[in-house]
Every structure is written in C-alpha cells, then in structure tokens.
Design a protein around this ligand. Structure first.
Ligand code: 2NE
Length: 270
C-alpha cells in the first residue's frame, strides 16, 4: 500500500491512500505516548479529514508495530495537565476524543501492540477497532495517579458492560487481543503482518457505502448516548439533508427574490 503524505507534522504521520486517511502517532521510542503537540497535530489532521470531501474513512494508529499508544507522556505531565513548549498544562486529548466521536466519517483504530491508558481510551472512542495478535489493552490511571471519567469510563462501560469496565479500571490488568475480542472491545483480530491489509480492506468496503447513510448512522449511534450534544449532531445532519431538498430551496429562493414562498406543491408525507 502506497501512502501519500497529506501534511508534514512533527509527532504524527498524516497520509492518504485513495479515500482513506491515516493518522499515525510517530513516537515509537515511548510506545507512542502523546504530548500536547502530538494531540494538537492529531486534532489538526482530523479537521483536515473532516473538511476534505475526497476522504471517507480515517485510520488512527501508531508507528512501529509495538504500540498503538501508551497514553499521556508522563515525562511532560506537570501541574494540572501535560505541558508543551508554551508551558501551559493541557488535557487536550479530551478534545480529540470528542472530535473522533463527532467527525461524520468512520474512524477505525488499527491497533498493534500496546493500547494503554489514554491510548486505550483513544481506541475505545473510535467507531471500529481492528487488533493485531500482539495487541494488549488496559487502563493504568489508578497506578499512575490519573483517570478518565468521561468517555474513558462511561463509553467503555457501554462497549464492554459495567462490570467489565469497572474491572478494567479498578484492577489495571492487561488483556490480550483474544480477550479483547471476547469482551466486544475490538471488532477483529488478525496476524500482525495482515493488520494494515485487513484494515484497508474494511475501509474499502466502507467507501463503497452511501456516505450520507454512514454519516446519519454515526450520529444516530452517538445521539442515544450523548444527550443534547448528540441530538444536535443528528439534527445538524437532518438540516443538511433538508437543505438538499427543493422544498428548503423554495424558502431560500423566496427570501432572496423578496416574494412569499410557495410550499403548496410539496407533499405532506404520511
Ligand atoms: C505500555 C507499557 C506497559 C509497556 O511496557 P514495556 O515494558 O513493554 O515497555 P517500557 O520499557 O515500559 O517502555 C519503553 C519506553 O517507553 C517509555 C518507557 O518509559 C520506556 O522508556 P525508556 O525507559 O526506554 O527510556 N514509555 C512508555 N509509556 C510511556 C508513557 N506513557 N509516558 C512516557 N514514557 C513512556 C509501559 O510502558 C507502561 O505502563 N507505560 C505507561 C502507561 C501509562 O501509564 N500511561 C499514562 C496513563 S494516564 C493517561 O494516559 C491519561 C489519562 O488517564 C487521562 C487524561 C489524559 C491521559
């Protein structure tokens, strides 16, 4: 597979293969732990993916084959958050999680090796997760003085159930790929050397589907869980669909032409 660079970043690789974008954390020396800059670059890349109409699906992964992501880089954890060059402590990974959930295109976590701590939460919030047989999953917060009580707790519990989610956080055990599959934490397990090929094949299947249908489905799945913000997302998509209709265009045209709108020809569906 020949990936073409989309944009140069310092701590991630951002590439494209047809309608597939790949965002890959490039800090393998620390098992792809993230700094505020890594996260900001992933946010920028996600925004580009959202705006680009030729991109239909996004792969989130890590370089090196030994780790997806090991969470926040503890060496830059300061007083109140993770600290970058601007010396401001941040937890901007929470913003990234929200973007992964709300971007109207499927996001697939392609997990080789460690998906641990905040790195584990990143795969949890992706729409789908495909794991290599060397993948290992777990939370470490209570070991290192941290926790993620947002999606990292509540959405994890929706995925694997309350008992299992509490076990994952309270014991901080590590789970192999088969165990993750058994608890519904990942969609598929494949040999490491088939990971990218399989993920790209899934992407190609998705790219053949109706993009508006996928968009509506993603926001529908979110709406049930995300309260008013979820309904806003779903309703925004309803507005998009309505704007595509002649009925909505009649309203706009009448306003622009300074006349009364004539909605009489539009059916009142049962
Ligand atoms: C992932 C794990 C279990 C792997 O163990 P192992 O033995 O295979 O590798 P090793 O030797 O621990 O790691 C290789 C190098 O990567 C660094 C290590 O310090 C080591 O560096 P050197 O000794 O070779 O110099 N490294 C690995 N993870 C790192 C990290 N997160 N930050 C900085 N350096 C890291 C093992 O490495 C591990 O347990 N890692 C720590 C996982 C962790 O606790 N992550 C933070 C959780 S909190 C969080 O992510 C978070 C949150 O809870 C809420 C909001 C935002 C973030």
């Amino acid at each position: 597979i020949s990936w073409t660079p989309i944009k140069e970043f310092k701590e991630i690789l951002f590439t494209q293969f047809g309608g597939i974008a790949k965002i890959s954390i490039n800090r393998p020396q620390v098992h792809n732990a993230f700094t505020p800059l890594t996260v900001q670059e992933m946010i920028d890349a996600m925004r580009i993916c959202q705006d680009r109409t030729d991109i239909g699906v996004i792969i989130l992964t890590g370089e090196g084959g030994r780790a997806f992501c090991s969470g926040g880089d503890q060496s830059v954890r300061g007083h109140g958050g993770y600290v970058g060059e601007d010396t401001v402590p941040r937890l901007n990974v929470l913003e990234l999680q929200k973007i992964i959930r709300s971007i109207p295109k499927p996001v697939i976590a392609m997990v080789a090796g460690w998906a641990i701590g905040g790195g584990h939460v990143l795969h949890v919030v992706c729409d789908l997760s495909i794991a290599a047989d060397n993948a290992r999953f777990g939370q470490t917060g209570p070991n290192v003085g941290s926790f993620d009580g947002g999606f990292g707790a509540s959405y994890l519990a929706r995925v694997v159930g309350q008992k299992k989610a509490r076990e994952i956080w309270f014991l901080c055990d590590q789970y192999d790929a088969q165990e993750a599959l058994d608890m519904g934490l990942v969609n598929k397990v494949v040999p490491l050397d088939k990971l990218e090929e399989t993920t790209v094949a899934w992407c190609h299947k998705i790219l053949q589907k109706s993009p508006l249908s996928l968009r509506m489905l993603k926001s529908s799945f979110n709406a049930e869980l995300d309260g008013q913000a979820g309904i806003q997302e779903l309703a925004g998509n309803a507005t998009l669909l309505y704007y595509l209709s002649d009925e909505a265009k009649e309203g706009r045209n009448a306003y622009m032409e300074k006349r009364q709108p004539d909605f009489s020809k539009f059916p009142k569906f049962p």
